[in-house]
Design a protein around this ligand. Structure first.
Ligand code: FE
Ligand code: FE
Ligand code: ZN
Length: 300
């Protein structure tokens, strides 16, 4: 079965609001941040809302096992600054506590950036962060995301992720692959089977627990990380479909993080979400060349 959704908000009505938003897109899963992705302020979880959310999910065939949480991207697990290092460990632990309380099984984490340090040092800091995080007996998994290589981002090659995964060697550590990031990091998604077999050889394909499905605004190996709507970027519709429907990734949640229609220069002026229409395109395997006008018509 195709398990597909998008990132959704987590606001005043918490998980209940996230579920409602996912349902409005015709999704059967979703990804959320437990607070704003760019800050670390977190509100108190309301168990009554969680119970309502779980009931609504049951009624709409959304399996909590397929729901993904995303850690805020401002924590840097690779940092060599001792305060930032401590902060990342504690913050990630807190996020795992919140996931456990919500019943969410997988949390995506960016491996971080090598700021004022070598990539080797950054790798050992990521390993140390994860080892300390895994000292707590949480149940939620951590999925390291494959990154585009913007600035000094870590986790841009399978080999780099392998170093971390081998050293931490924990059953709760997995991987989330992101199609835009793979493209921007230099992997040709036309050769996706090759990527997967290499991944399987180095890390083990069973470690892939989530796929972020995004087109890219930039050419291969650009190290930019700017997402584009499905079929409107340099990766293209057919290539993205091959990733989504790859039999080796069957039953793994596919999450869209594509830009809103009407979006402004800095990806900030968000207007209308594209997800309902992009999910339709992917389910029907038919490219919609009126995507943006259809979205506007629907929401206006
Ligand atoms: Fe991410
Ligand atoms: Fe992503
Ligand atoms: Zn990205």
């Amino acid at each position: 079965m195709l398990i597909i959704g998008s990132h959704v908000g987590f606001k005043a009505d918490q998980l209940l609001g996230s579920v409602k938003e996912a349902i409005s897109y015709g999704a059967n899963t979703f990804m959320f941040y437990t607070g704003a992705p760019q800050n670390t302020r977190r509100s108190e979880l309301n168990d009554r809302l969680t119970i309502q959310a779980l009931e609504l999910m049951k009624d709409n065939n959304i399996d909590i096992n397929n729901v993904i949480c995303h850690a805020p991207y401002i924590v840097n697990p690779a940092s060599n600054d001792s305060d930032k290092h401590e902060f990342a460990i504690n913050f990630i632990k807190n996020e795992l506590d919140r996931c456990d309380r919500l019943g969410v099984k997988n949390m995506v984490l960016h491996p971080g950036s090598a700021v004022n340090e070598s990539r080797e040092e950054a790798i050992s800091n990521i390993i140390d962060t994860l080892n300390k995080v895994f000292e707590s007996d949480n149940t939620c998994n951590i999925l390291l995301e494959t990154m585009a290589g913007k600035g000094n981002e870590m986790g841009i090659t399978t080999e780099e992720l392998k170093q971390v995964i081998d050293s931490v060697n924990h059953e709760r550590l997995g991987v989330c692959i992101d199609t835009c990031h793979l493209n921007d990091a230099g992997y040709d998604l036309n050769e996706f089977d090759e990527y997967l077999s290499n991944f399987d050889k180095l890390i083990g394909i069973d470690k892939i627990k989530c796929v972020h499905v995004n087109d890219s605004k930039n050419v291969i190996a650009s190290h930019k990380d700017r997402h584009e709507n499905i079929g409107y970027g340099t990766i293209g519709f057919d290539t993205l479909l091959k990733v989504v429907y790859n039999t080796k990734l069957e039953n793994i949640p596919k999450i869209l993080e594509t830009p809103y229609t009407g979006e402004d220069v800095n990806d900030e002026t968000r207007i209308y979400p594209p997800y309902k229409f992009e999910i339709d395109m992917i389910r029907s395997k038919t490219f919609n060349n009126n995507l943006h006008s259809d979205i506007k018509k629907y929401y206006e």
